[in-house]
Design a protein around this ligand. Structure first.
Ligand code: NAD
Length: 433
């Protein structure tokens, strides 16, 4: 099949590359000329494990191309995915301006029956709005489907090639287009992952519901960790005991410095907003968001409790990205932590394996960026672990101690054993232990 994917970000580029890998001809479209130029020149605008090789192979085979020409790409394709950003609007709702702009341009360009697929995370009712916008621009027949994306940044290629499930929202009259999508996804679901067909409204809501419950688990565990600190319990014991209950399961039970990223914060707020717009307060979700905001403050609060004033103290940070294996810093807890430290007059020396170019754009020269993890420790009063990259898990503790001015570690991700750290002579603080 010939497919256009509009929006060549974390979702669109991965989707385009994975569809091309299965033999489809894919045009990845973006309005950002520099992004398209970078990709055409063989470069990568984002970091995602395994993606570069996949893009290179499929570009070389001429199954994957990049363009800023939306109209030409739509005319060449039989399926058009909309995978543009849906950032948080001022009132917390999802800002649909990019989705609607693409819908309008797709409608104007259409010269035959075309299947238009909402891949972006969009609130309930968006498929209907997209349908109305396209209908206002063309006399051609078309179908609008909803196909929310569940990939995780840091494992996006793997998740796309082997999804847990594929959700396809199809409204009455578009059943044949739904079957075409089933065919398109068949190679990804060979191992038996289900393709769940439903109406577009349910498909749109299930993406928000899935992200909201994951965010809820994180905030819930952060609250359990905070209680553990008050009663002298160890959240690791509590977490493991909870997780071995098959009704609960062990994933997303890790306390830390709060969730971030381009999805959980905005999707929680968008679900809250769209529920409240319909007169439903959704108190659990309000609390999830409040707890998350408070949790982002805890690491710096622990530093203040230990040191008193932070003015003039040097804090080394390991990790800036919102999670490991990505360079993405959107809504990363590191942003709040750095801003708080700078507000308090502290000096920050930071290292991250992938996110430093992004962080430089955020903080300019307000903090010192280090090329190597140990370099960040040099002369620092303490180390704060903010992102749990694997390379931080088994460091040379002696070297750490010799480089730090004082052997103090604030571990926002619980990656070390408190007993071991004490034996090694560190003053060690973590979350809920
Ligand atoms: P992104 O910001 O990385 O990429 C979006 C791209 O769309 C940008 O390159 C931008 O230039 C392009 N774009 C915007 N308007 C355009 C237009 N009119 N024409 C052509 N291109 C245009 O965003 P992302 O992280 O890939 O997310 C895309 C959508 O997928 C969002 O709705 C997001 O919520 C959802 N989603 C993201 C993830 C994730 O992990 N990042 C996971 C699941 C779902």
């Amino acid at each position: 099949m010939i497919i256009a994917v509009v929006g060549t970000g974390y979702v669109g580029l991965v989707l385009g590359a994975c569809l091309a890998e299965n033999g489809n001809t894919v045009i990845c479209v973006d309005k950002d000329q520099s992004k398209v130029d970078t990709l055409r020149a063989g470069g990568m605008p984002i970091y995602e494990p395994g993606l570069e090789e996949l893009v290179r192979r499929n570009t070389h085979e001429e199954r994957l191309t990049f363009s800023t020409d939306l109209a030409g790409s739509v005319r060449a394709a039989s399926i058009v995915f909309i995978a543009v950003g849906t950032p948080q609007g001022e009132d917390g709702s999802a800002d649909l301006q990019h989705v609607m702009a693409v819908a309008r341009d797709v409608g104007r360009a259409m010269n035959k029956f075309t299947i238009v697929v909402d891949k972006s995370t969009v609130p309930v009712g968006t498929a209907r709005k997209v349908r109305a916008v396209i209908a206002g621009e063309t006399k051609q027949r078309f179908a609008v489907l909803s196909n929310p994306e569940f990939l995780k940044q840091g494992a996006a290629v793997e998740d796309s090639m082997k999804p847990d499930r594929v959700v396809i929202g199809v409204d009455k009259g578009d059943e044949a287009a739904g079957e075409t999508m089933r065919e398109l996804y068949a190679p990804f679901t060979r191992t038996g992952a289900p393709i769940l067909m439903m109406d577009t409204t349910s498909a749109e809501l299930c993406k928000y519901a899935a992200n909201a419950i994951l965010a809820t688990r994180i905030s819930f565990m952060n609250e359990i960790a905070n209680v553990c600190e008050l009663v002298d319990a160890d959240v690791d014991h509590v977490r493991k005991a909870m997780g071995t209950d098959r009704r609960i399961g062990s994933s997303f039970l890790f306390p830390g410095v709060g969730y971030g990223g381009s999805c959980f914060p905005k999707d929680v707020k968008a679900l809250l907003r769209s529920s409240q717009d319909r007169g439903y307060d959704f108190p659990i979700l309000q609390a999830v968001e409040e707890v998350n905001q408070a949790q982002k403050e805890r690491l710096v609060a622990k530093m203040e409790a230990h040191f008193g004033a932070l003015k003039g103290r040097t804090i080394a940070l390991w990790g800036l990205a919102f999670k490991p294996r990505t360079d993405d810093m959107r809504e990363a807890p590191a942003i709040r932590i750095v801003e708080r430290l700078l507000d308090r007059g502290a000096i920050v020396r930071a290292y991250d394996p992938a996110a430093i170019p992004v962080a430089r754009r955020l903080f300019d020269n307000r903090i010192t960026f280090c090329d190597r993890s140990y370099e960040a420790l040099s002369g620092a009063d303490a180390l704060a672990i903010v992102t749990e990259w694997n390379e931080f898990r088994e460091p040379d503790f002696d070297k750490m101690k010799s480089l730090l001015k004082s052997p103090v570690v604030f571990d926002g991700r619980n990656i070390y054993s408190p007993e071991h750290m004490r034996e090694l002579g560190f003053t060690y603080f973590s979350i809920g232990r």
